[in-house]
Design a protein around this ligand. Structure first.
Ligand SMILES: *Cc1c(COP(=O)(O)O)cnc(C)c1O
Length: 404
């Protein structure tokens, strides 16, 4: 039977301390004990249900973590103050000085910068590969490799990782397969296909209201316990702790994620098909022309579609900028980075979210100047949106007559 991630969230049940339908928010940084012995046990992690200090854990953060673990089908999860606050401790927990990472070359700019520029200070090195080429992935593995890192749907090029294939490689070489699933919550459940650790930036679709940053690491109890270990846990010691008030608000937004993802996907599919028919170079995993369309089909929980992200190449940075400015003027969305908002967001990744990647490397991976990344919103009338976007494109002159 196929895993039903939204059911897993729906089926959770908890009440507030006065019987409220939402769990009570723990608004404290520290907790009292009736006995000194229990305090000691709690510090050692041996007193279930007791809290010591809010960097370690809080009831609100545990509720949110439990819901996200349920969604991803992992034993447990640890929430963090941002997506990067989930990613960097995970990598630092899995790697020591001298270790090596094999990573997709098309990943979030911050993750790329961390692996490329920061991790080498700690003698952790990375080989960046074309993640869709399994032979290249396997060839990059050395005796020091510990982690295989990818995004299920990559930022910004929307390459699809063959998680099943990568997992087979990871198992063969005793590596941990870490998957950033930020672009495809509910649509793809990486653990079902062999991922060991699943990470999200909650900032995007999961929270969905562009009012906070947040992150989560979903994994085994053993790994999450390691991250949270008071003596040598990277999440504990680096301190990217989410605030309880925020955890409670993200949890409330998580409950509508399934409805939102269906609408994001519906709208993005509608636009992608029509943009492609206009002759625009459109990349969307739901299009049969997408090189990894079949890979997505093999991995997806169908109900949630192919997600809300698509890219269009309009030929030049000048045209991309003019088009984005005009679309914003017509209130079709905002010229802004990030994703998963109710309004459409658009940006030119080469000059914004992927600017950490040097220009020559951007060219090598197909990140062109005229590329616009769209996070398609929840528009109730996507037909009207399409007609208005098409007018903008005509005005800017990005619609070239179709070849006969
Ligand atoms: C935004 C993003 C991140 C980083 O998350 P923050 O919440 O901004 O720290 C990581 N991975 C992907 C795919 C993202 O889109």
């Amino acid at each position: 039977m196929k895993f039903k991630p939204a059911n897993e969230i729906q089926d959770l049940q908890y009440f507030g301390e006065f019987g409220g339908v939402n769990p009570s928010i723990s608004d404290s940084s520290t907790y009292t004990f009736l006995s000194a012995k229990t305090m000691f046990d709690t510090f050692e992690g041996n007193a279930d249900g007791c809290y010591l200090y809010s960097r370690h854990s809080t009831p609100s953060n545990l509720y949110l973590g439990a819901a996200l673990a349920a969604m991803e089908g992992t034993e447990t999860a640890n929430v963090a103050a941002s997506g990067m606050g989930a990613i960097t401790p995970t990598l630092l927990q899995l790697c020591q000085a001298g270790d090596h990472v094999v990573s997709s070359r098309t990943i979030y700019g911050g993750t790329y910068a961390f692996l490329k520029n920061f991790a080498p200070r700690l003698s952790i090195t990375t080989s960046f590969v074309d993640i869709t080429n399994l032979e290249a992935v396997e060839a990059a593995i050395t005796k020091d490799t510990k982690v295989l890192y990818c995004e299920s749907v990559s930022n910004p090029l929307l390459e699809i990782a063959d998680i099943e294939g990568l997992s087979a490689i990871a198992k063969r070489h005793h590596l941990k397969l870490v998957v950033d699933n930020t672009f495809s919550p509910l649509s793809i459940s990486p653990v079902n296909h062999g991922a060991d650790v699943v990470i999200h930036s909650l900032t995007k679709f999961i929270n969905g209201s562009s009012d906070t940053v947040g992150g989560v690491v979903c994994g085994t109890q053993e790994f999450i316990d390691e991250l949270r270990n008071v003596n040598d846990g990277a999440s504990m010691l680096l301190g990217p702790t989410m605030d309880s008030l925020r955890a409670a608000s993200v949890l409330k937004n998580l409950r509508t994620l399934h409805i939102r993802m269906m609408q994001h996907s519906h709208n993005a599919m509608y636009l992608a098909e029509r943009f492609e028919n206009l002759g625009l170079r459109t990349v969307y995993p739901g299009l049969p022309s997408h090189p990894s369309h079949e890979v997505f089909n093999r991995h997806m929980n169908e109900k949630y579609g192919y997600g809300g992200m698509l890219t269009v190449d309009v030929g030049s940075l000048e045209k991309a900028n003019a088009l984005m400015e005009l679309m914003q003027e017509r209130n079709l969305g905002y010229l802004a980075v990030s994703l998963g908002f109710y309004k459409t967001l658009f940006s030119a990744p080469g000059t914004s979210t992927s600017s950490e990647i040097p220009e020559d490397e951007q060219a090598a991976m197909g990140l062109t100047d005229g590329l616009i990344r769209f996070s398609i919103g929840l528009d109730a009338d996507i037909e009207r949106t399409y007609e208005m976007m098409k007018s903008c494109m005509e005005e800017i002159g990005v619609l070239v007559p179709k070849m006969a």
